[in-house]
Design a protein. Structure first.
Length: 418
């Protein structure tokens, strides 16, 4: 795909140059770009020449002078400008394979691209990592990367990823470590596969990788009602065992779901270190609660107001905590409405997978001045839900005043409402 402009930041160099949505950046200083990595590198010069193909087909060449680290202010349609490296695995727990037809097209794309891992924090398995890829990573000293490990047992990893090349994981991780390339890792825990003793083996192997290993996140397998084969979900017993095993190793954190499943309190912030894997649900509830504790709340508001937090089932604990604190404010009433997933099934409890219809069914009878939802329910930079319906559609169907919190991990925006 080309370096297609999807937006331009207001007040930026790009806006001044009248670069617009639909234009294509063909080259910088005569160099064609394969991804945002090239783009950022080429933009480091103070004097650059940008070749642009306008949306009407005209080609322009612009010379400009700027500060060394000054960004042009272009938002691209994709972080890669050539073909995204596809996933060559067929993992037993693959979420893409558990989806029905009719969702957004992008949800069916299975990428395994080291560039997206570096640029956007997506996970890679390294099964399609070539020597050419490694040479580029080493030469530019890219990082950190996010790597899906799951298990370091070669035979088990081949079985779980259904790829004969999957058994080389420790070899690849040692290459990252030897070249001082930092990386985070992830383990999707599947009961009867990579839990128990296999988990202990994996964590022991990972602990041998030195300072290049930044963190290990353990998350429970997500199982939808659309699965065609049997796979066990994490229960209370497995959750308790996993938390206990993980506690014996540094840099290892279980996702919040494990503590909820085990019936335990969410750990204090010290447990999560620098909160490096929030998007994997590791520490997000603790961050929400800690952020709330730092707010300077009024004792009273002038007019009576009712707000409703429409949250995921997984986040209900945190928002009950917040609601209890906010309810101490005179004239303010708080409601917590966890949105249950009838679309995916009861085992899916995260906000990022909530559909418009499930949200509608949950809030249609709620009496509140504001319904608050986190932005993670929507596709980034859009008002689209997972099922392709818009926020306006939900507002129309419910006649509710819906407010989207832009920061998924902060409730400080509630002060703007009260």
């Amino acid at each position: 795909m080309p370096a297609l402009v999807s937006d331009v930041i207001k007040g930026s160099i790009a806006e001044e140059l009248e670069i617009a949505m639909g234009d294509t950046i063909l080259s910088i200083d005569g160099e064609k770009m394969q991804d945002m990595i090239d783009y950022k590198f080429l933009c480091k010069n103070e004097l650059i020449t940008v070749e642009i193909q306008k949306s009407n087909g005209d080609i322009e060449e612009i010379e400009l002078e700027k500060d060394y680290d000054e960004d042009l202010g272009i938002v691209f349609e994709s972080a890669v400008f050539d073909r995204v490296k596809p996933c060559l695995n067929n993992c037993i727990f693959c979420f893409v394979a558990q989806q029905p037809d009719g969702l957004r097209d992008t949800l069916y794309v299975k990428d395994d691209d080291y560039r997206l891992s570096y640029l956007q924090g997506t996970y890679i398995t390294t099964t399609n990592l070539t020597e050419k890829d490694k040479d580029r990573i080493s030469k530019l000293h890219l990082g950190p990367f996010y790597i899906s490990v799951h298990t370091t047992n070669p035979e088990l990893r081949v079985k779980m990823l259904r790829n004969p090349n999957a058994g080389k994981i420790m070899e690849n991780l040692k290459w990252f470590s030897d070249n001082e390339i930092p990386f985070h890792t992830q383990i999707v825990l599947c009961p009867d596969y990579n839990d128990g003793k296999e988990l202990e083996r994996t964590l022991k192997d990972l602990s041998s990788l030195g300072d290049s290993l930044l963190s290990v996140a353990i998350v429970p397998v997500g199982i939808t009602q659309f699965r065609s084969d049997e796979l066990k979900s994490v229960d209370k017993k497995v959750a308790e065992e996993t938390i206990k095993i993980a506690s014996n190793y540094k840099k290892v954190c279980c996702s919040d779901e494990f503590f909820l499943l085990a019936g335990k309190n969410i750990p204090n912030s010290d447990y999560y270190g620098n909160f490096s894997q929030l998007d994997d649900g590791v520490g997000s509830l603790r961050m929400i609660m800690d952020d709330f504790d730092e707010l300077d709340l009024p004792q009273k508001i002038e007019n009576s107001l009712t707000i409703c937090f429409a949250c995921s089932v997984a986040a209900e604990t945190a928002f009950n905590y917040i609601s209890k604190g906010l309810s101490k404010i005179e004239n303010l009433t708080c409601i917590v409405k966890p949105v249950k997933s009838t679309y995916w099934g009861k085992n899916i409890t995260v906000a990022g997978l909530i559909t418009s219809e499930d949200l509608i069914n949950s809030i249609k009878d709620v009496e509140a001045d504001y319904i608050i939802v986190p932005s993670i329910m929507l596709k980034p930079y859009t008002n689209l839900f997972l099922d392709g319906k818009t926020l306006d559609y939900v507002k129309e169907k419910t006649s509710k005043n819906i407010v989207v919190f832009e920061d998924n991990y902060s409730v400080s925006e509630v002060l703007d409402l009260i």
